[in-house]
Design a protein around this ligand. Structure first.
Ligand SMILES: *Cc1c(COP(=O)(O)O)cnc(C)c1O
Length: 455
């Protein structure tokens, strides 16, 4: 344990701030990294140390930490109209323009957008919309939500209930009626002698059986990330969405794509549902939506759900839901600019250009006998550590293998994220090939060092 003097940034951070999702032994041992500013994909701490952030903050800072176009858009809108709500039949011009743009870039011919301050609130809002709709349509029993084990949908009471992570048990969650299906991770969940196609068919059958058991008319939606992010970067098994989408359609269960991470370029397309070629009934967006320069989430409803929600709201005169800062004009101005730089100023092109290097870098590190699987889509990837490659045996939990790797990376000036037994990489879309080499070089050093220490 390192002692930090009482007036150090580390001690002051510890004294008065409560950490979320933070490994407290690591913080006690190493001290908080207190940051002051960023430049491109690099961040700097109070001691002037530089770190290459291979996680784009939390998947969201896709344009890096000093994009002049984004800060200019924010400043201009703060000068013009620094805040207004979207209640009582009023909204700002920026909100109008962003909704037009979102529907235009969505896979939907038409639809409607509802704004929140975060991805969690967007998922919460979606569920409230579906519950409101079910009651208005004379089906008050239609309340259950299907998601998957390891799916991550947020931290509010409802979005945590959707999240398929064991830690939510510490809160006595999920709420009743939130059902978690098998994670579509063939490498981990596939049975011996089961082909990937058979694995996908088994998961489709599980969905079919679940709908039969619960009753189709009790299920409000199936919500899924195209690629699971915080579950450890898990692309779906082959043919997964093609197998489940028709089952949901046949039973009248909406398919919702939680695109909070995938949306706006991460997988190499605007939307993850385009990468995996399926048509959702609604999309949840956040994170890259503002390139992380403003807290904002959005529920984007396709034509069917938006028509039905409109009719249900008219029947009771309003949709009684909204946040004070929903559709905030500064957030909307920033999002308009973020969408522009991703789609029209080369960021999405750069994701596509860098993807082969990214895949090659991961594959190269996966040759190490303590890396069991390298998986990725576009610019999101993970390396899963194993103590034995053939049997896919994890390291003992008390070794905290991924924390050790991430901490060693931090010592080498690289930020990457430990997740279970995996190390996650999701570099910003502005990364250069030289910076990608730096990222893999530093990670290789850390992996070699840690695996040597523990094996
Ligand atoms: C981050 C995330 C959320 C939650 O967003 P917050 O802004 O942290 O509330 C929801 N869904 C997915 C897929 C996410 O990655």
């Amino acid at each position: 344990m390192t002692e930090h003097s009482p007036n150090s940034w580390e001690a002051r951070a510890d004294a008065n701030s409560f950490y979320g999702f933070t490994d407290l032994p690591t913080v006690h041992d190493r001290g908080t990294v207190v940051l002051t500013h960023g430049k491109g994909p690099y961040i700097y701490d109070v001691h002037g140390r530089e770190y290459l952030d291979a996680n784009s903050g939390l998947w969201n800072m896709v344009a890096g930490f000093d994009h002049p176009g984004l800060t200019a858009a924010a400043k201009a809108q703060y000068d013009r109209f620094p805040g207004y709500h979207a209640f009582f039949g009023r909204m700002t011009d920026q909100t109008v323009m962003l909704s037009e743009r979102l529907i235009d870039v969505s896979p939907f011919d038409r639809g409607k957008v509802f704004y929140t301050n975060s991805g969690s609130e967007a998922n919460d809002t979606l569920v409230k919309m579906l519950w409101f709709l079910a009651r208005a349509e004379g089906q008050p029993q239609r309340r259950k939500i299907l998601t998957r084990v390891n799916g991550y949908h947020g931290v509010t009471v409802v979005s945590a209930s959707m999240t398929g992570k064991p830690y939510n048990g510490l809160f006595g969650l999920p709420l009743d009626g939130f059902i978690h299906l098998t994670c579509p991770h063939y490498w981990r969940e596939g049975q011996p002698d089961e082909t990937e196609a058979q694995f996908t068919a088994r998961l489709a059958q599980e969905l079919e059986d679940t709908i039969a058991r619960e009753g189709a008319d009790t299920i409000a939606a199936f919500v899924a990330e195209p690629v699971m992010g915080a579950g450890g970067v898990i692309p779906p098994s082959q043919g997964y969405f093609q197998a489940i989408a028709p089952i949901l359609k046949r039973h009248g269960v909406p398919l919702v794509a939680d695109e909070v991470i995938c949306g706006f370029g991460r997988t190499g397309d605007v939307w993850g549902c385009q990468t995996y070629d399926f048509m959702p009934d609604a999309i949840i967006s956040s994170k890259a939506l503002t390139a992380g320069y403003f807290p904002m989430g959005a529920v984007i409803l396709g034509p069917d759900l938006s028509d039905r929600l409109q009719a249900a709201s008219e029947a009771v005169e309003e949709f009684p839901h909204g946040f004070t800062a929903s559709g905030h004009p500064v957030g909307c101005a920033i999002a308009l600019k973020a969408i522009d730089i991703i789609l029209n100023e080369g960021l999405l092109d750069n994701v596509r250009a860098l993807t082969p290097d990214f895949e090659a870098g991961l594959a190269d590190l996966a040759q190490h006998s303590n890396i069991g699987e390298a998986r990725s889509k576009g610019l999101m990837g993970a390396l899963e550590a194993v103590s034995d490659e053939a049997s896919k045996t994890p390291f003992p939990a008390d070794l905290s293998i991924s924390e050790r790797i991430a901490n060693t990376c931090t010592d080498h000036g690289l930020i990457c994220r430990p997740l279970g037994q995996s190390i996650v990489l999701c570099p910003p879309f502005i990364m250069t090939p030289a910076q990608m080499d730096e990222m893999f070089g530093k990670l290789r050093k850390a992996l070699t060092q840690v695996f040597k220490d523990v094996t």
